[in-house]
Write a protein that binds this ligand. Structure first.
Ligand code: HEC
Length: 128
């Protein structure tokens, strides 16, 4: 086999190889894309629901003192229905240590600012 034929043969084989690989890849690849689209479209409400469920789980840990849904017993400030911004500012201040507290600075430090915002949002939406 001379050099030219050898080159042609190699080129033919590599082309065949690429084509074979692509056809082999295609069905799972497109199924993956379709699956991703379905997951994105259908998963959005589910994701929002999960986020909300997560906030409820966090809020349950506040219930020990602030009561279910932020309806506190005597001695503990009720959270239900307070303006979101007021709750958030206090939570951030507890976290930063700029608002004196007996226990709240400990609790606030366990959450990111975004998570505190979700908690503030949750309690502001509870009826008084
Ligand atoms: C161990 C009891 C306890 C737990 C649990 C607790 N808190 Fe508190 N919270 C308090 C007390 C007591 C205060 C008053 C400030 C202080 O002394 O720390 C307070 C104050 C607050 C305030 C300010 C309310 C106001 O009107 O001034 C907010 C907001 C708050 N807590 C949110 C939360 C959130 C959100 C959680 C759950 C992540 C939580 N707390 C968990 C006891 C608790």
């Amino acid at each position: 086999m001379n050099k030219k034929t050898a080159c042609r043969t190699i080129r033919k084989h590599s082309l065949l190889f690429i084509m074979k690989t692509l056809t082999n890849l295609h069905p799972p690849f497109w199924a993956g894309i379709a699956g991703l689209a379905v997951a994105l479209l259908g998963g959005m409400p589910a994701l929002a629901q999960d986020l909300d469920r997560q906030t409820q789980v966090w809020a349950a840990s506040c219930a020990a003192c602030h009561g279910t849904g932020g309806h506190a017993q005597t001695g503990i400030p009720p959270l239900a229905g307070q303006p979101r911004e007021v709750l958030l500012q206090k939570l951030l201040a507890y976290k930063a240590g700029s608002l004196p507290a007996t226990v709240m600075h400990q609790h606030a430090k366990g959450y990111t600012d975004a998570e505190l915002a979700r908690l503030a949002d949750f309690f502001s939406k509870q009826t008084r």
